[in-house]
Design a protein around this ligand. Structure first.
Ligand code: FNR
Length: 387
């Protein structure tokens, strides 16, 4: 239970690192190539300073925000991370339940290790699902039908991964997926609690949603990752977003936008929202941080689209800065994943709690009782024109 003593997300990360084998932790932690974008996602927050107001009555503070006409109890939600079942027992469900209990939405990765129907049914709350549009469009269409039948609120289509990023650490660790070499065997042996928590109850995690896509018996990690990589479609274009829009009556969100032009195209294609994202520094290395493009995107599509973003959010202050620049909400990737690895559902709940408490404290210290009153006048960002 030492995760409960973690004071912040970084300490939760330290607990996570001890709890799971190295190859699992590196899977969560790594970025592509030289990890320039991964670092930039964090360093950008140090460039942006706060300019607080004083002697403002902040005794009644609130952080509930509106997302697609419904309240979210915090200005953040849990974003999609594949293979969460590698980190804790029924990982996807643990994330979904912690989100539901906290009153925030959860985005299930299409590379989840539990079936979407099971997560929707057992978790409650607002469940969205992330999709890749596979070469086999009939399979993508089938997933959309399943999402509809399961009553999911939104589909999040990820558009930055038609070509897979260069994740060298994964290739080192998983050259033959889960075929244990001596190093990995030792690694696993040193984590008996992980064996008991994850491997014993769940077995080797499987890509549970992709059974129809992958050849029979190949939906386990053994070989499945390469089968999925082959199904990623480099011919993906805005036409496919229109195709999806025609098929899907719920909310449609495009994840992977980085420019005002593409945000406008998403709106033209009938999307309801976007997630500015560089995939947590795991795809195009050298890409700028999403905070840097947020102001121009908000001035292009703010009010027309729900504008969300992700990448590097580890402190409540980071989230408040994004709100002040016009974002509707922030998606968490690693922050809640650390919680999952550190303590399952309770660990995720702890991560959410840390961030909620931090947001509350920061808006109070800023002299801005409610998130809806935040704007760029509370920030100073040298060298950046402010909205
Ligand atoms: C991801 N991400 C991701 N995105 C997606 O659309 N589908 C997926 O299956 C995954 N899987 C995934 C696994 C892991 C371990 C990580 C860390 C990330 C990207 C994710 O949704 C998000 O864009 C980033 O994680 C945001 O950056 P931070 O918060 O991790 O810094």
């Amino acid at each position: 239970t030492d995760f409960r003593r973690a004071q912040n997300i970084d300490e939760l990360r330290a607990v996570a690192r001890r709890r799971v084998p190295n190859f699992c932790f590196e899977y969560v932690e790594g970025g592509s190539d030289d990890e320039v974008t991964l670092r930039r996602n964090r360093s950008v927050f140090e460039e942006i300073g706060f300019v607080p107001r004083t002697l403002v009555d902040v005794s009644a503070r609130g952080q509930t925000v509106d997302l697609f006409g419904k309240p979210s109890a915090a200005p953040f939600l849990i974003g999609p991370t594949g293979f969460s079942g590698l980190l804790a027992k029924e990982g996807d469900l643990a994330l979904a339940r912690a989100a539901a209990a906290a009153g925030i939405p959860f985005v299930l990765s299409n590379a989840s290790t539990l079936r979407l129907e099971e997560v929707a049914e057992r978790a409650g709350g607002r469940v969205w699902m992330q999709l890749y549009l596979y070469r086999t469009r009939a399979f993508a269409a089938k997933l959309v039908e399943r999402a509809k039948a399961a009553g999911l609120e939104a589909l999040v289509v990820t558009t930055d991964s038609a070509i897979f990023g260069n994740r060298e650490w994964d290739r080192r660790n998983y050259a033959r997926p889960l075929k244990l070499n001596l190093r990995n065997t030792l690694d696993v042996a040193l984590h008996p609690r992980w064996i008991l928590d994850v491997l014993v109850p769940d077995g080797v995690p499987r890509f549970a949603n992709l059974g129809d896509l992958l050849p029979p018996g190949r939906d386990s990690v053994r070989g499945a990752a390469s089968a999925i990589a082959k199904e990623l479609d480099p011919s993906l274009s805005w036409t496919d977003i229109r195709w999806l829009r025609d098929m899907w009556p719920g909310k449609l969100i495009v994840k992977g936008v980085m420019t005002a032009e593409d945000a406008a195209l998403a709106a033209e294609c009938g999307a309801d929202g976007i997630v500015l994202s560089n995939h947590g520094g795991r795809q195009l290395d050298g890409a700028v941080s999403t905070m840097e493009v947020l102001p121009e995107v908000v001035s292009e599509v703010g009010g027309r689209l729900t504008v969300m973003l992700d990448g590097g959010f580890r402190r409540g202050s980071d989230i408040v800065k994004a709100r002040a620049l016009g974002a509707d909400a922030v998606l968490l990737g690693r922050a809640t994943t650390y919680g999952l690895a550190a303590g399952g559902e309770a660990g995720v709940a702890h991560a959410i709690d840390i961030l909620k408490t931090e947001v509350d404290r920061v808006v109070g210290l800023l002299g801005c009782a409610d998130l809806s009153q935040l704007d760029a006048s509370f920030l100073r960002w040298p060298g950046h024109p402010m909205p």
